[in-house]
Design a protein around this ligand. Structure first.
Ligand code: NAD
Length: 487
């Protein structure tokens, strides 16, 4: 007999408590073996003065149970409140966001009746590393961090997901025609990992045309893996075009902990009315049941839920003018149908997934135990970023040529990535933020941090203001930095 599994549950804000109670009632009647530990997070906690929205005892429960079933949370308006979802994902290392997007025609109106795709979004890196700076009065920056282990974990997760769920194709979206190093690495890792799964078809699209294809012909996709920001946008577009954002659930998976929820928010406009659709949270619960090794319960609930939709029992967001039922009445209709299968929709059948001690998806040993790569790293130069709103590009260039010394040569000055020295165009718009690239002179000893510091000192003595530097490296003889436009 399946042992009861301890689960941490947050009812959430707005419609959260209503849809959570309805969903838990279905789980109980379906025979889910779970032992809930309820925690308080979200609006109430934020407003009590805790800017993270989650108290210490909630973390204790999450680290103990390792499974989190979460209702939607309201982030109060105004400054200072950190996004709880981002905090939970990053703190617990939930690197994979999994969002199935399925259309339910003919019972739920949609322009895309044959859609059944899963978006697997990297959850921790990219522009969401949250490293932003204002560097000059006119310029702010956000660092986009893509790592090899982070990319490998998510791409491997996508292929393993495809294999376990009998999916045929994995597509990768990046923008590596522009971001050749960051998105280029993600794409490269995708190609490398794909070789280990010859039975799965693979393809890659540049994100812009890829998104257009999702919006136009979503039925052409199966599993899609992508970096964080693209995944955030693509998964909302995909959910919307299935016909309703109220239907989809999502999983956030880490090596140790996993979190399951609906994709929608706390819908304050309909909170307390008893009319919210609990389907998104029900679908989150189904993913959770598969994850904790109760696939037969997941199967019963999923089939009963499909049958309920087929029988025309819909909440107001789906009913579109026809008569509708409330949250609890919908849940009761699902409960009545437990044990039944849909006749128009294809019935589902979940299989037991491989279990390890802590988690159902322990995928990262290959990443953790990866061999230390033998990389030869050579300093090749330095980009010195200056703040200047007085001198012309030629004036800065001439000063820096004199300061470069025998160790370095001033190669180029760019403004917003565009060459302005030597021989810039007068038409180029410039701000107060100048990137000055110095290359090491061979055999002149410019290839150490000591020489860079001395260069910075000379620049400082000449009354130019350095705001940051980036060292330029070659890795195994290959340039590890992009060229400036026009360089
Ligand atoms: P929302 O998803 O809460 O609501 C958007 C629209 O969809 C509203 O008209 C709402 O009534 C409707 N809707 C959403 N879920 C529904 C359901 N289950 N049944 C019927 N109708 C439903 O998005 P929002 O209004 O932008 O955000 C409200 C709050 O939710 C904000 O504080 C936001 O920060 C938060 N939020 C939380 C999460 C989360 O916890 N995962 C996700 C998104 C937004």
């Amino acid at each position: 007999m399946t042992k009861e599994r301890a689960i941490t549950i947050a009812r959430g804000d707005g419609i959260g408590p209503e849809i959570m109670d309805a969903t838990l009632k279905i789980l109980e009647h379906a025979g889910a073996k779970i032992q809930p530990e309820f925690i308080d997070i979200g609006e109430k906690i934020y407003l009590s003065g805790n800017s993270s929205g989650i108290p210490d005892e909630a973390w204790d429960s999450l680290r103990r149970t390792k499974v989190f079933f979460k209702g939607p949370i309201t982030t109060p308006q105004g400054g200072g409140y950190k996004s709880l979802n981002v905090t939970i994902r990053k703190t617990l290392g939930l690197y994979a966001n999994v969002r199935p997007n399925v259309s339910y025609a003919p019972f739920v109106e949609t322009k895309h009746p044959n859609m059944d795709l899963v978006i697997i979004r990297e959850n921790e890196e990219d522009l969401y590393a949250g490293i932003e700076h204002q560097q000059t009065p006119e310029v702010v920056q956000c660092l986009k961090l893509i790592t090899r282990p982070g990319s490998e974990k998510i791409v491997r997760y996508a292929f393993e997901y495809a294999k376990k769920n009998n999916r045929k194709k994995v597509t990768c979206f990046t923008k590596d025609n522009i971001m050749k190093l960051t998105d280029g690495l993600f794409h490269k890792v995708f190609r490398e990992v794909a070789e280990e799964y010859p039975e799965i078809e693979t393809e890659h699209w540049i994100i812009d045309i890829g998104m257009a294809k999702i919006a136009d012909t979503p039925q052409d996709f199966d599993v899609i893996v992508m970096p964080n920001l693209y995944g955030d946008i693509a998964s909302d577009v995909a959910a919307q075009i299935t016909g309703s954002v109220g239907l989809a659930g999502s999983a956030n998976i880490g090596d140790q902990v996993a979190m399951f929820e609906a994709i929608h928010g706390s819908a304050p406009d309909i909170a307390g009315k008893g009319i919210a659709n609990p389907s998104g949270l029900i679908n989150g619960a189904i993913m959770m049941l598969v994850h904790i090794g109760q696939p037969e319960v997941a199967t019963r609930i999923h089939n009963a839920w499909l049958k309920t939709l087929e029988d025309g029992i819909h909440t107001g967001d789906i009913a579109k003018g026809a008569s509708s039922v409330g949250t609890m009445a919908f849940a009761e209709a699902v409960i009545e149908r437990l044990g039944q299968k849909p006749s128009t929709y294809t019935p589902v059948e979940y299989k037991q997934v491989e279990q390890t001690e802590d988690t159902a998806f322990h995928l990262s040993p290959a990443v953790k135990d990866r061999p230390k790569q033998d990389v030869v790293r050579e300093l090749d130069g330095v980009d010195v970023f200056l703040f200047n709103n007085e001198l012309t590009p030629d004036e800065i260039g001439q000063k820096l040529e004199e300061l470069a010394g025998p160790e370095f040569k001033l190669a180029v000055i760019t403004n917003r990535g565009v060459k302005v020295y030597p021989q810039g165009f007068p038409e180029t718009f410039t701000t107060d933020h100048w990137r000055c690239r110095f290359e090491c002179m061979e055999n002149q000893g410019g290839n150490s941090n000591k020489e860079i510091i001395e260069l910075l000192n000379r620049i400082h003595q000449a009354d130019l203001e350095t705001i940051k530097t980036e060292n330029l490296y070659k890795f195994n003889g290959e340039r590890g930095y992009s060229l400036g436009q026009g360089q």
